[in-house]
Write a protein that binds this ligand. Structure first.
Ligand SMILES: [Mn+2]
Length: 401
């Protein structure tokens, strides 16, 4: 007993000495050669990196975990990742409740080499913005109506928090930027990890509270504007809100900007109940880009179409992983063959550089159907890397006219 006590004493003393004089970053990283993995740089710049990305508790891209909805409610940030593990609005394969955990696992290697995005010439992790992983919104699997309210409240809680960084000045003119929001405040951006696509209804309700009716860029192989009678048959008011009808409801509630500022689907290739589905989609305020258009107009043509529709308006970005072909992303609720490659979707997302993307999500990742090689969760994580890079380059502000 005595020997053990002495050994303990010696060990504690050694730990104190080891900590003394070194950076204490407050994270659970006792090895002083790993400071912040997401600030990784090669030797010669005072930090060794290529280690540890596969160890520890998994957050998105190994970003710091902040309990934004719990004890860290006062913590400010600029971009927050948050999970919405909801999949009880799914028509075919369930399992997207495990999407947030899967996407985080697929994101572990994002910062292995430091996270510099070559085509966009930006490192979002070193852009000065405070980017955190807020964990998941608690979502009940027993009551969709209640769960949808939980998602709205959780998102709102983050969206209305103070930003960590000020909006700053316009890089061209040097004039101070003013927020693009409707309430005149500078809001942080939230990137939601779904969850099935139903979650976008509560997310857009939250977005409305800051931005009013919003333009939407929607990548999906499906319309998701179906009337409840067409999709699911609407046997009850709860069943009427599902992952094929949430945009119908969002449009009915006036959450989506209609008319001249129209949202645009990309990657559409689903079969329909009939041509009337497209008329209904028109009524909901969407313009469509078909998946097969990539064969004729290419990624450049698709980027051009999206930018023409959205212009410089604030825009919400919703990405269904099934916009990517199941060859590249099989783990999803309602797969459709004939889709875009991961490379093509990433190129198109980089083409949104300069747009005011106020918040975003990726949905319908159901890891149970993935390959052992984590194809889908890796694709989802890499897609979000492009989104956060675009966000890091463009502040949510404009110059006063
Ligand atoms: Mn969808």
């Amino acid at each position: 007993m005595k020997a053990i006590a002495i050994l303990n004493l010696v060990l504690s003393a050694a730990i104190v000495v080891a900590h003394d004089g070194h950076h204490d970053d407050g994270s659970q990283m006792p090895l002083d050669y790993v400071r912040f993995p997401y600030q990784a740089q090669y030797p010669g710049d005072n930090t060794v990196t290529a280690d540890s990305i596969f160890s520890g508790i998994t957050t998105f891209a190994r970003l710091p975990w902040v309990q934004c909805l719990g004890k860290d409610r006062s913590e400010a940030f600029d971009i927050a990742f948050i999970g919405a593990p909801f999949d009880t609005g799914t028509s075919y394969r369930p399992g997207a409740r495990f999407g947030p955990a899967g996407i985080r696992a697929g994101s572990r290697r994002l910062t292995l080499y430091g996270g510099y995005n070559v085509p966009l010439d930006v490192n979002p992790f070193l852009s000065g913005l405070k980017i955190v992983d807020c964990g998941d919104i608690p979502v009940t699997p027993y009551d969709n109506k209640y769960a949808i309210k939980q998602i709205e409240d959780g998102h709102k809680e983050l969206l209305h928090r103070k930003t960590y960084s000020p909006l700053g000045n316009d890089s061209l003119t040097g004039q101070p930027l003013i927020p693009v929001s409707k309430d005149g405040k500078h809001h942080p951006r939230v990137i939601t990890l779904g969850g099935d696509h139903t979650i976008v209804l509560p997310l857009l309700r939250s977005i409305y509270s800051a931005y009013g009716a919003i333009s939407v860029i929607h990548f999906d192989s499906h319309l998701d504007t179906w009337k409840p009678q067409v999709f699911g048959g609407a046997p009850s008011s709860q069943a009427a809100i599902n992952h094929g009808t949430y945009f119908y409801w969002a449009s009915q509630e006036g959450l989506i900007k209609n008319g001249s500022s129209i949202a645009s689907h990309g990657a559409i290739r689903t079969t329909l109940s009939g041509p009337a589905d497209y008329e209904n989609d028109d009524d909901s305020g969407f313009q469509r880009i078909e998946a097969r258009e990539i064969d004729t107009i290419g990624t450049d043509g698709i980027i051009k179409k999206i930018r023409e529709v959205v212009g410089d308006k604030p825009v919400y970005l919703s990405i269904d992983i099934d916009s990517i072909d199941p060859a590249f992303a099989p783990a999803t609720g309602t797969p459709e063959t004939g889709g875009w490659s991961t490379r093509e979707l990433r190129t198109i997302l980089r083409g949104l550089d300069g747009l005011h993307i106020v918040s975003a999500d990726i949905v319908e990742v159901a890891p149970a159907y993935d390959t052992n090689a984590e194809l889908t969760t890796m694709a989802a994580a890499d897609v979000l890397f492009e989104v956060m890079s675009v966000m890091a380059k463009t502040p949510l502000g404009k110059v006063q006219n």
